[in-house]
Design a protein around this ligand. Structure first.
Ligand code: SF4
Length: 330
């Protein structure tokens, strides 16, 4: 069994799902996403060497997981594509308590199932109990918080601040936050005790942005990112950039260059298809080749701007499960 190569990981990430016998998945090995494009679905993690992949469970996936002598193998058309071990998740992902506070949203980004799910809003006590449970299982290295916008962006930031303050009284772990920004959110979240922040641009193609994120402002998000770097510093401000909405590679190059020049590390996230959004949006999940090409390009651009994903301590960059992460994977 050899450690997973970047090429093997890219194949798995480009497909993003696998069939797996439930007997291989003890309860602690399966996780259900409550935020972002994967919300509502169950998934699991494979660890192989230094690499990690998150795959959603899909009985119709071209990939299947089979037990092997010292772990599992991933098969496609009967051939082994990769091998590794199933890795337990603590709370959403391995080594982190990654918690969605408001599982609902007043906005309606066309790729996101969260507004359709209209789930609950966790109070401070609920979040504390979840982190405590994750901490009790050992290997907790970070706390990450995300949230839809239940009422207004300002009220959501207030809600997250209350959670951070309560966590800071109890934990010295790094805390990362991903929310929709307001004019004062960076200063307020930093003062409350957040270490890292993520404001998602979703796409850097302005025409696609208007279509897929109605009611949101790309300019406001970019301005917030720029301000956040002044407060949180370099290598502590991130932004999800979805790949597969119809953007060109040239647009990705230009967008990453602009973000990196501001001191922001982009997270290139392959788009997922949510059944709740069927017919609402045209998407094309990126191929393995495109994922590798864009990740290598991102690494070069980050290097030119003195940025390094290995400095990030919370959220997706240390996890790497859903993406080909520059520096960590390629
Ligand atoms: S990469 Fe991000 S979204 Fe994916 S499993 Fe890890 S923490 Fe969750």
């Amino acid at each position: 069994m050899h450690p997973m190569t970047p090429e093997e990981k890219a194949i798995l990430v480009s497909i993003g799902s696998a069939r797996i016998d439930s007997a291989l998945l003890a309860p602690t090995l399966k996780t259900t996403a409550t935020a972002g494009p994967g919300a509502g679905g169950s998934s699991f993690f494979i660890r192989s060497g230094d690499r990690r992949v998150r795959l959603s469970i899909n009985d119709f996936s071209p990939l299947s997981i089979e037990p092997a002598a010292d772990g599992i193998v991933v098969l496609r058309k009967g051939e082994v594509v990769a091998s590794g071990q199933i890795e337990p998740a603590l709370c959403h992902c391995p080594e982190q308590a990654y918690i969605t506070i408001s599982e609902r949203c007043i906005f309606d980004c066309r790729f996101c199932p969260v507004p359709k799910l209209q789930g609950g809003v966790k109070d401070v006590e609920t979040v504390l109990a979840m982190v405590e449970e994750a901490a009790g299982r050992g290997s907790l290295r970070a706390i990450s918080l995300t949230s839809g916008v239940a009422d207004s962006p300002g009220q959501e930031v207030e809600r997250v601040i209350s959670v951070i303050q309560a966590l800071r009284e109890r934990y010295a772990l790094p805390i990362g936050v991903s929310v929709y920004p307001t004019l004062t959110s960076s200063a307020e979240l930093f003062a409350a005790g957040a270490d890292e922040i993520k404001y998602n641009v979703e796409t850097m193609d302005p025409d696609i942005f208007v279509r897929v994120c109605p009611g949101l402002s790309l300019d406001a998000i970019l301005a917030a990112l720029e301000g956040a770097v002044h407060i949180f510093g370099k290598n502590a401000v991130f932004s999800n950039f979805i790949i597969g909405l119809g953007e060109s590679d040239a647009c990705v190059h230009e967008g990453i260059t602009l973000l990196a020049a501001m001191g922001v590390i982009p997270v290139l996230r392959p788009i997922s298809v949510s059944p709740l959004r069927a017919g609402e949006i045209t998407i094309e999940r990126p191929s393995a080749d495109r994922l590798l090409r864009l990740a290598r390009m991102t690494r070069r651009i980050l290097e030119e701007h003195g940025l390094d994903t290995r400095r990030a301590r919370t959220m997706c960059l240390p996890c790497t499960g859903c993406d080909i992460t520059p520096f960590r994977d390629v």
